[in-house]
Design a protein around this ligand. Sequence first.
Ligand code: BDP
Length: 716
Amino acid sequence: MKNKRINILKAINFSSVKKLFLLCILFYLPAASHADNGHDLWLKNVKALPVNIIAGKKTAAINLAIQELNRGWTGRSGASFTLTLKKDKALKTGGFILSENGVQAGDEWGVLYGVYEILRRQQTGQPVQNGEVVNPSYQQRILNHWDNLDGSIERGYSGLSIFWKGDKNTTVTDADKKLWMEYARANASIGINGSVLNNVNASPQILNAENLQRLKAIADVLRTYGIRSYLSINFSSPARLGGLKNSDPLDPAVIQWWKDKVKEIYTVVPDFGGFLVKANSEGQPGPQDFGRTHANGANMLADIVKPYKGIIMWRAFVYSPTDKDRAKQAYNEFMPLDGKFRDNVIIQVKNGPVDFQPREPFSALFGAMKKTTVMPEVQITQEYLGHSEHLVFLSTLWEEFLKSDTYQEGKGSTVGRCTDGSIFNQANTAIAGVANVGLDTNWCGHPFAQSNWYAFGRLAWNNTLTSGQIANEWIQLSFSNSISNKDNPLAVSEWERNFLLPVKQIMMESREAAVNYSMPLGLHHIFAGNHHFGPGPWDAPKRVRADWTPPYYHQAAADGIGFNRTKTGTDAVEQYHEPLASTFNDINTCPEIYLLWFHHVSWDHKMKSGKTFWDELCYHYNDGVMQVRQFQKTWDAAEGYVDQDMFTEVQRRLKRQEKDAQVWKDGCLLYFQTFSKMPIPAELERPVYDLKFLQASDMLRVNDNQPLLPVRNKMR
Ligand code: BDP
C-alpha cells in the first residue's frame, strides 16, 4: 500500500510542497481495507445523501423502493425523486421508464426495479437519459437450487442449503427468515423474480405436508421482494408419496392425485409459480416409463396448474445410455414433439447439447422448436469450472451463448432473440440459472463467484448486455466502497487504474483461461470421476456407462483426437440450420474453438496458425497455466484495495487454481502424448507431474497441501 501511494505521487508532477501536503493526506487516509466478509454481496452500505421522495400510491413494493432510495441515494443531495405507478404501452411487466428525477412503471415491481437501476447507475457513474425505457428480456428470471431436503446441495460448493435442513430440523427460525430476506433482496436488486427451491433430482417427499409448510414459510418471505417460489417434482410422486399403483400421466387416479396436490400447494402459496420437471433422464422417472411421451406428462401437469396461472418447466436434459452420440439425443427426442405442448409448458434447454461444459456450441434446439416455448438453462454453480476453488467469470460464456446465431429465422436469429419473444410469438418467456448459493458467509464460496450470480441476473434482465459492462458494475458495486476517499478524484482514478481495470481483465480472461488449461479446441467432458473437478481423460471404469466416460468424448487414438459429428460421423451437424451445418461440417471452416467437438482431427493437421494440431494443443494448455500465473501477479498488486482477509482468500485460491491448471495441462498432454507420440514443443515448459501419479490420484486431493474440497454434495 505504501509503495502504491508513493507511486501515485511520482506519477503526478506536483511541486514539492504540494507533494508533501498530499503525502500527509494519503498517509492519513484510513487503510483501504475494511472488514468485508462478502455477506453484503453487491449491495454494500453506502453513505446515502438526503432525497425527497414523492410517491402517489404506496404499495408494499413501492415502500421497499422508498426504503432503498433512502438507504442508497448518492445522487444530488436533497433532490426530488418521483415514483409513478402508471401504465404505458412501451412497458412490459417489470419494465420502467427512467428519468433523472423519477421512475415510472406499470406495476409496483417495475418501480422497485427502476429504483435499483437508478441506484446502480449512481454508484457506477452511468448516466440516465430522460425517458429511457427499460424492459426485461425475459418475463421469468429464475434461479434453480439443486438443494436436497437433507440440506446438502448437488453440485454446491458453498456450504449447505439455505432452505432445507433435513427431517429433524424443520422449525423455521428468525435467522432462517433473515437470510431468506437478504437472499430475496439480492435477487430483486438484479431483477431475478423466481426461485425453484429444490433439486431437479427431486425427492417425492418435497410434496409432503411438512415440507409444504416450509415451502409456505419460504414463499412468504421471498414474496416480499417479488420472488415467486417453484418446486422441482418427482414424476413418480403419485406412487411413491401417494401410494397409488403407478404414476401414469393418463391414469385418472394419477391425474386426480396431482389435482389434489396442486390445490393443497396453492392453498398455502397462492402465487406459487409451478413445477420444474426432470423426467426420464439419468434414472429419474417420467412418462416414458408408462409408454407415454414428454408431451403427455408435461401437458397433464400444465392443465392442472393452468387455472392457478402456474407454469411447467420441462427439462430437455435427457439421454439414455448410448454408444452413438449423446449430443444428439435431446434434439432427437424433443423435435418430433414441437407444437404438442400446452402454452404454459416451457421446455428448459441447457445452453449446450451435452452438459454445461467449459465450452460447447449452443444446443441445436434453440430456434429449431418454433411452436413450443423454449427457455435457456445455464449453470451458475461451477460444476465443470473449478467448483468454488477457481476464479472463473461465467458472463463471457453466457454472452457467447446468448449471442450465438442460430440462423433459424435468417441472420441475427441469436439464441437470445429466439427465446425472449423477439422472434417467436410466445405466451411465456423465461431463463434459468443453476444457483451457486449456500450457507457460506459470503453465499458463494469464492468471493468472485458472487459475480456469476450477479451476471446471471443482469443477463436475464437484459440478454444483450456485455460482460465488460457487467464486470465493471460488479467490481464497482462490490469493492469501490474500499476506496479510501471517494470524494477525492485522485483516489478514484488511482483505484480505477490500479484495481478496477486489472481485476476486470482477470475476470474477462478467466473463462478462456479455464478452457485453455482444461478443455481447449472443442474437447469436452474429460473429467476425472464424478466430482467433475480435475482431469481424467484416461478414466473409463467398466461399471460406468460408456457415455459417462471421457474416452467416449475425446476419442483419442493413434490417428488423431476428437468426436466425429460430421456427415461421415454421427451427423450431429445436421441438427444445425445452414450455414452452420456446412460450416461445422468442414474441418477448414469449423471454428477452431469447436474443432474436436465436431471433428476427429489428425495429430499433424495444419491449424490456422500454421502449427500442427498437436503443437497447438500444447500451446493452449500452456497458455492456460500462464494466464493463471498472470492472474496471481495482477491480484497481488491489488493488495490494499480490498479487505485483507478477502485478499488472502482469493490469493490462496489462485495458488490452488495455478496448481490445478498445471495438473490439467500435465495430465492431458502426457496422456494424449501416448497416442500422438509427438514431443511437447521445446520452447514450452516441461511437465512437473508424472502421468502415473496423476492417474492414480483422486483429483480432488492432488494439491494436498491445500485444504481438501468439501465433498458434501450427494453424488451419483
Ligand atoms: C449434470 C450434473 C448432475 C445433474 C444433471 C442435471 O452432473 O448432478 O443432476 O446435470 O442437470 O450436470 O440434471
